[in-house]
Write a protein that binds this ligand. Structure first.
Ligand code: SAH
Length: 351
């Protein structure tokens, strides 16, 4: 059997693993008792990198697993720890050599892991490091849970919140992301509630609507970054496919279906989207909507010619929104000494 024919066993839900093992038992003639499924599942959640580590599984079962399935646990290629706030940034290596990033942050409300959903990205946002070399491939559901499992194993700490704000566009990998959400929520598995998960999108309207119809309890973040159609098209190519009006309609649809507040991400870029006029437009655009605005001082990306807005420009912008009764936070920056924003390690590694 070649590697490509092998089963990605870590993407299976407990009941799917049960079915898979029973089929494997049938086809190989090796007896695999029903209770083995939960033993194997808990090894995977604990972070076993190889079947040989599964101490309570008999040799003959491990041998058929080895022959027919594989474990996708990401390996730590580089680990950076911030001396300022303890934020940890990982560059993980996947089984085919692709690299992705995750960032572990400690907040008062719990440990948060920012995970990647794709190796690379094809959305082309002009200020973003993750998209510089395009998309290599989608991540498997197990490669998303695997980032959580690998970080917990390495740090000996539990992750309680997940933000899908690392490399990639989660809604461009819709089916795998949906499966990931079921897997990560599984009571016998990582058991992370959907209310503790945020998914960030650059604005794929058809997928926002599909997600709305799922009525999940996750928090949806929408990367807006502009309050008029022209500026948004200049910053984000996706805005040419999905116009700003269409995006706002999809957001309203999402809110009406789920009853959940949308969090709008707005990176503050000097001279591009940070004028009082931009703030006034944004105030109008979001007026009366169940939402929150996150202002993110841009992380300067060497390859791009943008710089972050001044503190004064951000304060002025924020004040205008608050005067319009829109709740705003200016994102606190963690891990500033380790370049904790995503995409930069992967890009550096590819060179
Ligand atoms: N593709 C998804 C999630 C990944 S990016 C999305 O677009 O939402 C996570 C957030 O970081 C997005 O809001 C993205 O626009 C923002 N971002 C990307 N590059 C940035 C930079 N250089 N400075 C500040 N924010 C950035």
């Amino acid at each position: 059997m070649t590697f490509l024919d092998k089963k990605d066993i870590s993407s299976l839900l407990p009941e799917e693993l049960c079915e898979y093992l029973s089929a494997l038992s049938e086809s190989t003639g090796v007896k695999i008792e029903k209770y083995r499924a939960s033993q194997i599942f808990s090894w995977l959640v604990k972070g076993a990198a190889d079947f040989s580590e599964m101490g309570n599984i008999p040799k003959n079962i491990k041998a058929v697993l080895e022959e027919n399935a594989y474990i996708t646990l990401p390996q730590i290629q580089t680990k950076l720890v911030s001396k300022i706030d303890g934020t940890v940034k990982y560059l993980f290596r996947l089984h085919d050599g692709e690299c992705i990033e995750s960032v572990f942050m400690r907040y008062e409300h719990g440990n948060t892991l920012c995970i990647s959903s794709q190796a690379g990205c094809r959305m082309g946002c002009t200020f973003c490091a993750s998209t510089l070399n395009g998309l290599s491939r989608n991540l498997l559901p197990s490669e998303m849970t695997g980032q959580v499992i690998a970080a917990q194993k390495d740090l000996g700490e539990k992750v309680s919140n997940i933000v899908m704000m690392g490399i990639g566009e989660p809604l461009d990998n819709y089916d795998n992301v949906k499966k990931f959400l079921t897997l990560v929520n599984c009571p016998d598995g990582l058991n992370i509630g959907l209310r503790h998960i945020s998914l960030s999108t650059c604005g794929l309207c058809d997928k926002i609507r599909a997600l709305a119809d799922e009525k999940l309890q996750i928090t949806l973040s929408v990367s807006l970054h502009a309050s008029d159609s022209e500026t948004r098209k200049m910053l984000m190519p996706v805005a040419r496919k999905f116009e700003l009006d269409e995006l706002m309609d999809a957001c309203r649809y999402y809110i009406s279906k789920t009853g959940r507040r949308i969090s709008f991400e707005y990176s503050m870029i000097h001279g591009k989207n940070d004028t009082p006029e931009c703030a006034e437009n944004l105030k109008k655009l979001l007026s009366g909507m169940l939402c929150h605005v996150n202002l993110i001082p841009l992380n300067d990306v060497k390859e791009r010619n943008y710089t972050r807005s001044s503190r004064e420009a951000i304060q002025r912008f924020s004040k205008i929104l608050e005067d319009g009764h829109i709740t705003v936070t200016v994102r606190r920056k963690l891990g500033s000494d380790i370049n904790a924003s995503c995409g930069q390690l992967r890009a550096g590694n590819a060179k």
